[in-house]
Ligand binder design. Structure first.
Ligand code: G3P
Ligand code: MG
Length: 246
């Protein structure tokens, strides 16, 4: 079986609460803290390119307006994705996946790419992101892991890049979680930490799946989850939440 690629602590949306979400500045912030990895959201632009953004619309995290899947790369590159967070981040751009991959590899950050399809684009987003990730990380020591709430996107990713590991994102553990993971060849479940009990962690880990928990900002809760057997926590506070042995 392929080696588990993710560090025990991943900064959520690149830099968690320390930088504007889904930006290269976030990667720098995570790396500066010695955080071993990052999670970020990937959606297709109007040009069909994988770009880092959480919302389908531009308003919350940029100075643009409108929908990401209707906006060209040229237009996205003009937008400011940092000033909303703080004046010192003015000029940050929406990163393309290719520059993000190069930066993660250079900084030694393991990467969890969350495939975030805009409505109606699950299959194409899964396929394009998986193909891109497979080639962008081809020469890296540690490959990325792809996750998604969308079973359709994960199935498409499995077909396009079977060599990349996958995780199924859920909130509460749904009935049939093991079958759902099997159906997309997922090696991991990524679950909302608010709903994780000790028994649930034991059951998931006992099934042979890896378990990532999001979004854990309390170091005491993170320690508890690691103690129960959680493999990875995704956090907005990579300055506070540390890996078990550090
Ligand atoms: O991948 C875990 C987490 O990022 C899922 O929620 O909405 O922050 O993308 P969201
Ligand atoms: Mg996410």
């Amino acid at each position: 079986m392929a080696r588990w690629p993710l560090a025990p602590v991943l900064a959520h949306r690149c830099g968690g609460a320390l930088a504007p979400e889904n930006t290269l500045a976030g990667l720098a912030a995570a790396a500066a803290l010695g955080c071993g990895g990052v999670e970020f959201d990937v959606m297709l632009s109007g040009s069909g390119s994988p770009v880092l953004i959480h919302d389908e619309t531009l308003e919350r995290t940029t100075d643009g307006r409108g929908c990401v899947p209707e906006t060209s790369d040229d237009r996205l590159r003009q937008l400011d994705a940092g000033r909303w967070f703080g004046e010192q981040f003015a000029g940050e751009r929406i990163p393309m996946l290719d520059e993000t991959a190069r930066r993660c590899i250079a900084l030694g950050l393991s990467a969890n790419l969350e495939i975030k399809p805009s409505p109606g684009t699950d299959e194409v987003t899964g396929r394009v992101v998986a193909n891109a990730a497979w080639s962008l990380w081809a020469s890296a020591d540690v490959p990325p892991l792809l996750s998604s709430f969308s079973v359709e996107a994960l199935s498409a990713a499995a077909k396009a890049a079977p060599g990349l590991q996958r995780g199924l994102l859920v909130e509460q553990l749904p009935a049939g979680w093991l079958e759902r993971c099997s159906s997309v060849g997922a090696v991991a479940l990524h679950a909302d930490a608010r709903y994780l009990s000790h028994d649930a962690v034991l059951e998931v880990r006992g099934s042979g799946l890896r378990l990532a928990a999001y979004t854990v900002n309390d170091p005491v809760r993170a320690r508890e989850l690691f103690g129960w057997g959680v493999d990875c926590v995704i956090t907005d506070r990579p300055d506070l939440v540390r890996a078990p042995d550090s």
